[in-house]
Design a protein around this ligand. Structure first.
Ligand code: SF4
Length: 226
């Protein structure tokens, strides 16, 4: 079994990078990209099996924080939503994502906490609606105490740090996976920039042609970041 003792950061990064380069260097397609991302997340998770955490569906307090995703993470989520939702559900989600893009994308974490601007991908039960394809950054964050989360993410103005006991090993592993995937994208000539989660997903839902453009090595239009 993989453990904290068997994790060697540089070796882990090299493995992830090599696997992503091998998969995408042959000429990427959206399905291969999604499965490669999933394999990278599974690889990271395999070092975290059995580690304690307090997070559960219905405990969405930290889902007000800004999340940065790599472009292929956004395309994978957009494609998954297209396959999973009805036309009506997708239209409703796109509307919520549009509102989010207009308001929340400009807010820093404190402002989002104060206004309780939750992630537009959170469902009505307080669960992640894209859990199987959720971003690496979301997988990196696990709390060890849900009461601390409730306190830390209360919408109050405070000068004090919002402290939550977290699994820092898990964070290090998933952060390393994120930077290794970014490095592999750069190596195979794909756009390696990150983008705010909701904004990126909406861009690929509104403009599905951008998925092929991304896979073809085009740099995504700068307007996505404006
Ligand atoms: S993608 Fe899912 S886990 Fe990540 S912030 Fe949104 S609702 Fe929370």
């Amino acid at each position: 079994m993989k453990t904290i003792e068997s994790w060697h950061e540089e070796q882990f990064r090299t493995e992830i990078r090599a696997r992503v380069v091998e998969a995408l260097g042959k000429g990427a397609d959206a399905t291969r990209m999604a499965s490669t991302l999933a394999a990278s997340a599974d690889n990271a998770q395999s070092f975290c099996v059995g580690r304690p955490y307090a997070c559960a569906a219905g405990c969405p307090h930290c889902c007000v924080l800004n999340v940065a995703v790599l472009l292929p993470e956004a395309t994978t989520i957009a494609l998954w939503l297209r396959e999973s939702l009805s036309g009506e559900e997708l239209a409703g989600l796109q509307k919520r994502l549009g509102t989010h893009r207009s308001w929340a994308r400009w807010m820093d974490d404190d402002e989002r906490i104060l206004k309780q601007m939750a992630c537009p991908l959170l469902d009505q039960y307080g669960a992640c609606s894209v859990h199987p394809v959720r971003p690496l950054a979301c997988r990196a964050i696990t709390s060890l105490d849900s009461q601390s989360c409730r306190e830390a993410f209360r919408p109050t103005v405070t000068d004090e740090d919002r402290l939550v006991p977290a699994d820092l090993f898990r964070k290090a592993v998933f952060d390393a996976a994120f930077t290794a995937v970014a490095s592999a994208l750069r190596q195979v000539g794909l756009d390696d920039r990150s983008i705010e989660l909701g904004t990126g997903v909406l861009a690929f839902l509104e403009h599905p042609e951008l998925v092929q453009a991304f896979l073809g090595g085009e740099r995504m239009p700068q307007t996505l970041w404006l």
